[in-house]
Design a protein around this ligand. Sequence first.
Ligand SMILES: [Zn+2]
Length: 281
Amino acid sequence: MIGKLSAWSRTRRKGASTVEFIIILPLFILLCLVIWQLVVAGKAVMDTQAALRDAVRVASVTGDAEKGKAQFKVTFVEDRQYQVDSFEIRIDDDEVKAWAKIRIPLIFMAEKSTFTYRSTAEAPVLNPWKSWAGGPTGPWLTSGGILGPPVRTWILTSRFGPRTDPKYGGRAFHKGIDLAGPLGTPIYAAADGVVVHAGPGTGYGNYIKIDHLNGFQTIYAHMYADQIYVRNGQRVTRGQHIAGIGNAGKSTGPHLHFEVIVGGVKVDPLLYVSRSSVAAR
Ligand SMILES: [Zn+2]
């Protein structure tokens, strides 16, 4: 009796698993396709949003639509799964507007079958001269430091201004400040912004340049290539660890050469960073 029962149960189960196989497997495959379609579409939408945001931000900071356009190409990760159908960026009346149309393939349909995703973004153009109240020594710039310190502790070995060139002698104008510290000492972004250069530069060894809002830009120089932790086009936040102090380029010892640019003019960084942590030598 028990033997008969177990034999019956085996055949029944076998039958049941065949039914499961016929019904469940195709359903499972269908579900996988649906999930894959959602993943591809989601990735395309996120890429589009990120690229639009970056493009508008760069155009709004620089006031240059072409730079925004170039940034869109850098941020948008185009691959075989989805392509940019059209992208447009324009500046009208100090307002940046960008439109993107992305083609996303439909996995269920015949090849080349796609649907389009449209998105727009806009932001005001940040004109440094309009919003720059009081000039480089204006009151709001020095109150507590509109820029955070680029390193946590340092020794100020050279100030901004005319000086004797430390390497070649002769008079030279020092366009930044030198903050000495051990090799690899973390360097932090002075404010939120977009990296517009991260790589080699004459005299600088390697340097990072960041575009901030209101026309501010900061430069961090003399790093070694392997101690640069950001790439061109990347968005950074104030206090983000972006590099380590190096001794590359025209440098006589491990230090960070730090520059601040306001409205295209290199100015004394000490007017902008919080001075509380500066140990002047
Ligand atoms: Zn320097």
